[in-house]
Design a protein around this ligand. Sequence first.
Ligand code: NAP
Length: 483
Amino acid sequence: MVARVIPVDTFDLVIFGGTGDLARRKILPGLFRRFLAGQMPDGSRIIGAARSDLDDAAYQSMISDAIDEFGGPEKDDKEGRKAFLACLGYVQIDAKGTDGWKDLAKLIRENVVQAFYFSVAPSLFGDLAERLMKHKIATPHSRVVVEKPFGRDLESAKALNKTLATHFDESQIYRIDHYLGKETVQNLMAVRFGNVLFEPLWNNHYVDHIQITVAETVGVGGRGAYYDRSGAMRDMVQNHLMQLLCLIAMEPPSQFGADAVRDEKLKVIRALQPIEPHHIVRGQYDAGADTASYREDAENPRSFTESFIAMKTHISNWRWSGVPFYLRTGKRMKARSSEITVVFQSLGHSIFEGEESLPNILSIHLQPNEGMDLQVTIKEPGPGGMRLVSVPLDMTFADALGDSDIEVTDAYERLIMDVIRGNQTLFMRGDEVEAAWAWTDPIIAGWEARNDVPKTYEPGSTGPEDALMLLHRDGRKWREVKG
Ligand code: NAP
């Protein structure tokens, strides 16, 4: 099946922080792939903006190097690369200064889609927004893309929202959570709301519990100092895991539109119960044979920051009352794997003598291989009576659809194209972010008040022993973490 490339309008995309890690690793290689896919109309331009002293040619050369490093198989398309680089320009600009803004103003056209990507520290958002308005570069139709972290607590998130709202309408603001751009995450909605099979069962009458795991094998390495001020709760749970939880738990929106979907997600966050302290396990990875401990990586021998967290939470509404949601994320774990699992209830009675009824389990894999499988019960093949066995009905998208474009389309590419299209469905709204912090803040404050010390865990494991107990106590077990 050939992927449909939906055309977008001609655009000017300015990437503030265009020389930074994110721009070189994700944003520009992603745009290069969209260019090759024919999704960048003639006349569209990408303008890098940062303080470094570069001209257009030097910037194009920097991005060409980035494509070599991060561009994937498409980097071998020399002609395509040359044509793409010709669309790139650069403006030397200081977000806090005066230089460069007039140059940028001259470059930006009014009759095309204008998007400004703030790929810089959040402390610069206000400076950028203010100068974009002062120099009459942004218009009421411009779009602004902002990166995570969106605040470090409710107060700072409110302040950031207020800063952006001073200059832009909410309909112009695109808060990125790249998890929402993943093919599987969108497919989760297609599966739930596009099939008769699942939605009738998607509630506390049929679902036993839900697990969300985001496991990484890497440590905090180069970003230890930054991470140590944030931890797994702020870095992963408040945004990525919370968004996944919302999509799995939300009520069907009346239509797949930005506000309809975001209204439903917001209701889920607001219905989250506060978590009991004994329903949370925090961990810190220990040193391995040839890997440093968390505290060494963070260069903080007395750090109490968690590199792992597991928790049990509930959603107080009719659909989910009594159904536990178990969330878990950590660094230096056994495998790199992100998965959402819906474990359905077992049948109350088995007609097959001596055979227990096995639960159906729907697993949605976000990485490494995006896809889904549904465990169903069948008869074990062969003679010897009626023995039951659980087998997966596998639906790895790339295999099922046979389209390499679907396999490689990165979340960033998809989300940037949504910005150009003006579709905010997969971006977080300001009130959602604030509600997520309002739930997270008291949990973190509780740890701080108690001087809670995270448990250490072996690198390459599935986290501290207590995390296993969290489910064992409920007569359940975590899904295996496998890459
Ligand atoms: P980075 O590598 O430190 O890059 C920062 C960029 O901002 C550089 O291009 C820098 O260029 C520019 N910059 C700094 N001060 C400036 C100023 N006063 N005026 C204009 N430009 C300025 O950071 P990054 O990793 O790319 O991250 C950028 C943002 O994305 C951050 O908010 C980060 O939290 C977020 N993020 C990053 C990742 C990632 O994987 N890297 C993932 C998720 C979110 P000059 O020094 O040339 O000015």
